[in-house]
Every structure is written in C-alpha cells, then in structure tokens.
Ligand binder design. Structure first.
Ligand SMILES: Cc1ncc(COP(=O)(O)O)c(C=O)c1O
Length: 443
C-alpha cells in the first residue's frame, strides 16, 4: 500500500493483499547487494571498476535482463511486428506482453500504458493534445519545481491558447512546494495541474495522492512527472490517482523509452495526435512517433529483475507483479534510507556548500529521495565535479534542465549545481568514497 507520499511501503492488510493477488506475505528483508550488483554488468566494465556511480538521476545502469531482452529481440525477432508469420507474431507478442506486465506492475489497465521516445516527447505530445481542449477562461497550474519537460510545453500551450496560467512556487529557502498554496490557487476554472512526484534537484517527494484529490475536487486533471521518483520504487499509479503519470525507463534500469500512464478516461477525451486511422488505438493516440519495437518489447524485462529480487529474498514466485514491486520497492527504499543521511550530513554540516532541499530524510512532511544537489560557495561547481571524478566519484554538474528550480531557490543556473544521485545498488563503500572525496575536494 502506498504511504502518505505514494511510496512503495509494505502492504498492510489482508484485503489489500487479496486485491493484488498475493499468495503469501513475506515482509521486506535487507537487500542482498551482492545479488543485486551481479544483475548489472556495468559494474564489471573496465570504465567502472574502482569507481562509484553517482549519476543515476541522469540515467541508471541497465540490468542484465534488459540487455538480454534487447539482444534477443534484435537477434531473433527484428522484423515488422504483428504480421502473420512466426517471427513477426513473436515480435508483436513481446511488445503486447511488455505493456501488459507494466500495467500489472503499476496497478493500471494495459490500454492506459503509452510508450514514447522519452518523457520530454511524451509531455510535448500531451501538451499539444491539451491544446485541443483548453482555451480562454481555463486555468492551468504549473510549478517551478518541475524539470523543464513537465512544465515548458504546458506553459507554451497555455500561452498559445490564452489560458490563465498560475504558478505554484517553491519556498525560496527550502525549494519545497506547500500544498496550502496549491489550495489557494485552485478554482472551479482550473482544468490542469502539472507537478513532479519528486524534483530532480530538491529530492523531496510531493504528496501526490493529496494533490490529485484536491485537484479532482475542482474537476482538474493532474499530470505527474515521476521520473525522479520511479527509480526508487515503481508506484501504485491507481492509488495515486494521477490522470497522467510519466517516467523514463532508462533511469529505471530499462531501455531508453518514456512510459506514460493516461487514466480516468483522459485518453479518449484528448484529441488524437497520431494518424487519423489510429484514433481508436489506445497506445497510438499519443505517440505520433510510432513505437520503437525492440525497446517496447524489452521494456518489461526490468520487471524480471524485480521478480528475481523478490524471490531471491524469499517472496513467492506466484505473487503478482504489483506485490513484487511494492515489496522490492520497500527493500530498495530501506537500503537507500540507511545510506542517505551519511551523505546529507556530510553536506549539511559544511559552511562552504549550500545543500538544496531537505537536510534529512524526513525533516519535513514526507520523504526524501537520494537525489542530492548542492551549490559549492567558494569553488566553481565545474571544478568540484572534475575533482570528484578524479577521486573516482562519477558525477556531473549543471542545471539538469531544472533552470526554474534553481532560479526559485536563488542559485545561478548558469553556474549550476553538483549532483550526487544514487539508487538501491549503491553500496556503503560508494557513500564513504563520496564523503571522503567531498572532504578532500572542498577542503
Ligand atoms: C525529473 C525529470 N523529468 C523529466 C525528465 C525528462 O526525461 P527524458 O530524458 O526521458 O525526456 C528528466 C530527465 O532528466 C527528469 O530528471
């Protein structure tokens, strides 16, 4: 069952277990990191040996299940799918299965799952579709906590359609969004709200279930950018009740595609963006690019990794994908949460850096993801990043396409920030290396 912030906490009651087809309940246990890391071939590649990878919010390593699936598709079934010969049929079946498995994992219907080239492309098409139904007198609420992908195209659409745009702004000190402020911006004329599940700079999870309830209360639709949240646990999208939930598979150990869930009848309400004859095909209406067959077919393989993790840690193979995602997500989170405070403390206690976002896991209402950005005050971010790399910490710096977020907290976006982002396969030794390197680099 999702926690207050829609996170992947352990299921709590029997009814919930039955709904998600759980055979037997085995709670989360400590993550076997040796098993986990053995699923990621990248760790053994020469460029990565002896290094610690802290660029996960940019793009994660792919699990071997993903790599094998792509290789298999290109080797065995790389033809136009859905024709009536065996190789083509198999290609189409793999694509359908991938969609169905993701639907089960996210707790939605397979007709609600749309694959597209990236989240930026998905939001671009989505904004164009909203442009067909919104007009003067309609109000749109955007935030300055979003990555540009989940705000720029919607803002442009709102301007072009002469909608009234209201900006839900972050606190200039903390970078956090206050839900009380959203309540004051909502009105019976609000038609659309866009919001991140977690910012790729601030890290804090927003309470999406509450936000969608408030927005739905005035009849507005809600688009949620889950790109910075999903790598830490695949959410129960139905429970969050977002009308659109987006994330990028290449940041969740999978292929380079965007996954967009469009729910609550919205897919039929929005005008078709594809060829006119595809109007009645759910997964084509919002993907004029056409599907990347191999990547769509391989997109579900990361769920094999989740199931393997679930069963390796004592879970039943007969459990549903949703149950496996919840339990494995809880284990990922427990592991990350054991490491995050060390890194936060190392930055929070320094007077020569400004940590962006909460300085502890639960300092304020909610939970913080381990996407940790900071502004070095006396040394250029570019220099800090270069020196961290020299110490074996693979990271980068810049605005991370979150220019509005940085402007909102008074950080020069051109100068940028350094970002250390990690996930469940990160070890205590990686964290120690980063802390030690920070000490040396900033000294
Ligand atoms: C929070 C967030 N949203 C959206 C995006 C855009 O995703 P994509 O690269 O799939 O277009 C990113 C990419 O870094 C991101 O971090």
């Amino acid at each position: 069952m999702p926690n207050a912030c829609g996170g992947a906490a352990a299921p709590r009651d029997e009814a919930h277990l039955r709904r998600h087809g759980r055979a037997s309940y085995v709670g989360p246990v400590p993550l076997d990191l040796e098993f986990v890391r053995a699923q990621f071939p990248a760790f053994d590649r020469p460029g990565n040996v002896g290094q610690s990878f802290f660029e996960n919010a940019g793009g994660s390593f792919a699990c071997r299940q993903t790599i094998d699936a792509l290789h298999r598709f290109y080797t065995d079934t790389k033809v136009q799918p859905y024709a009536d010969y065996a190789t083509s049929k198999s290609a189409g079946e793999q694509m359908d299965r991938s969609r169905e498995r993701w639907a089960e994992a996210l707790g939605v219907a397979s007709t609600e799952v749309v694959f597209g080239p990236s989240t930026s492309m998905n939001t671009y098409v989505l904004a164009a579709a909203f442009g067909g139904v919104l007009g003067a007198g309609d109000e749109v609420i955007v935030t300055n906590q979003d990555h540009e992908a989940n705000t720029g195209a919607v803002r442009r659409m709102a301007e072009q359609n002469t909608c009234t745009m209201r900006e839900w702004r972050t606190d200039p000190e903390t970078g956090l969004l206050d839900i009380g402020r959203l309540e004051s911006l909502l009105s019976p004329r609000t038609r659309l709200v866009t919001v991140p599940h977690a910012s790729n700079i601030v890290g804090q999870e927003n309470d999406i279930a509450r936000i969608t309830a408030l927005a739905h209360g005035v009849g507005a639709r809600v688009i949620v950018d889950g790109v910075s949240y999903a790598p830490h646990g695949f959410p129960d999208v139905a429970a969050l009740d977002a009308d659109v939930y987006l994330f990028s598979l290449y940041k969740t150990y999978s292929v380079h595609q965007g996954l967009m869930v469009v729910r609550n009848g919205l897919l039929d309400e929005l005008p078709n963006q594809s060829h006119f004859f595809n109007a009645s095909v759910p997964d084509k209406r919002l993907n004029p690019a056409g599907p990347d067959h191999a990547q769509v077919a391989s997109a579900g393989a990361v769920l094999d990794y989740v199931v393997a993790t679930h069963t390796h840690h004592g879970g039943a193979a007969s459990d549903s994908l949703r149950v496996a995602c919840e339990r494995v997500g809880a284990m990922w989170r427990e592991h990350e949460d054991a490491l995050t405070p060390t890194l936060l403390d190392a930055l929070r206690t320094r007077s020569d850096v400004r940590l962006i976002g909460p300085g502890s896991l639960g300092a304020v209402d909610g939970h913080r993801c381990p996407t940790i950005a900071f502004s070095p005050l006396t040394i250029e971010p570019a220099t800090v990043q270069r020196r961290l790399v020299e110490h074996g910490v693979q990271t980068s710096y810049g605005d991370f396409y979150a220019v509005r977020v940085l402007n909102g907290v008074g950080v020069d976006a051109q100068r940028g920030v350094v970002r250390l982002s990690f996930v469940h396969y990160t070890t205590r030794a990686d964290i120690d290396r980063a802390v030690d390197a920070l000490d040396r680099v900033l000294a």
